[in-house]
Design a binder for this molecule. Structure first.
Ligand SMILES: [Zn+2]
Length: 207
């Protein structure tokens, strides 16, 4: 589920649609929660699909740490990638604003945390664009991404969080324990699908 102060807008013919902030959203705001309404497609189910459906799934899904493809039930599936994104996945079952987002600014993500199966050419138009997304990007960049994510998570209690109530209890507890220094920070590297047998439950960071 994506933040309520966002909406779908047409960007252009090349990019298609994108998700935009309808109000100012401060850094540290939870922008997306992987909730129970999300559509989950296992590797086995994906492999049995016809090409038409596989293409649709590939376009709109991300692959989580279990190797399951997730398609959002709402407009979260239209969030585009930018190498200088303003939203990033975390090890806590949600995405967070890593900087202040102005009204009418596009919400953008780091697809390098989405377990893309094959390289994807990109042209974000951003300074220092990586030009191609690689399945190994998380290993290359996770330390830099963790810096941005961890400093944003530390602001969680300082900003309005409309999505806090839809976050699952386990993730909420993990965030609270981190903020009260009872648990270490959970790296975004946790999101990497290691290719092991799919597991039913979300791994905890300690697992
Ligand atoms: Zn780029």
């Amino acid at each position: 589920m994506i933040h309520p102060k966002t909406e779908l807008r047409f960007v252009n013919a090349e990019i298609g649609y994108g998700v935009f902030a309808t109000e100012f959203i401060p850094r540290g705001t939870i922008l997306y929660v992987k909730d129970d309404l999300e559509i989950e497609i296992t590797m086995a189910r994906f492999r049995k699909m016809d090409k038409t459906h596989q293409d649709i799934v590939e376009k709109f899904s991300y692959i989580d740490e279990r190797g399951v493809r997730i398609i959002s039930w709402d407009h979260a599936k239209y969030v585009n990638h930018r190498c200088d994104c303003n939203s990033m996945s975390t090890g806590y079952g949600f995405e967070i604003a890593i900087r202040d987002i102005q009204q009418d600014e596009e919400i953008t993500d780091e697809y390098g945390l989405f377990n893309i199966p094959v390289p994807i050419d990109i042209n974000c138009g951003c300074t220092n664009c990586r030009q191609v997304l690689l399945p190994t990007d998380v290993d290359e960049y996770y330390l830099a991404w963790d810096q941005q994510v961890e400093s944003a998570i530390r602001l969680i209690n300082d900003v309005h969080q409309p999505l806090w109530e839809v976050l699952d209890t386990v993730s909420r507890t993990e965030v609270i324990k981190y903020l009260s220094s009872q648990s270490p920070y959970c790296s975004v590297r946790k999101l990497k699908y290691q290719g092991q047998t799919e597991v039913k439950k979300n791994k905890t960071c300690a697992a």
